[in-house]
Design a protein. Structure first.
Length: 92
């Protein structure tokens, strides 16, 4: 799952990925935001808002996306990293 966060002072995206321990009893069936406790994602967004406020930054959450989009973010980030000359362990 991913939260897309934007710092309004620079309009720079700063995506955040959320993960749950699916082997943990209370998260076994969690596959999307809808499966989480009501209000939990709102609390996480409130944390980021407060955290950014202390850093003198303005914050807004612009999207909540599911696991497919989170995987796309990871794969695209890996491709960008490799194009920039980085190596990813276990990949050639």
């Amino acid at each position: 799952m991913s939260l897309t966060i934007c710092d309004r002072s620079t309009e720079e995206r700063n995506d955040r990925l959320m993960a749950v321990a699916t082997h943990a009893h209370n998260h076994m069936a969690t596959r999307s935001f809808r499966d989480l406790r009501p209000g939990l994602v709102d609390e996480i967004e409130a944390f980021f808002k407060l955290y950014n406020k202390f850093s003198q930054k303005r914050f807004r959450s612009i999207a909540r996306r599911g696991p497919k989009q989170a995987l796309n973010l990871i794969e695209n980030g890996m491709k960008l990293y490799q194009r920039a000359g980085g190596e990813i362990e276990g990949k050639k």
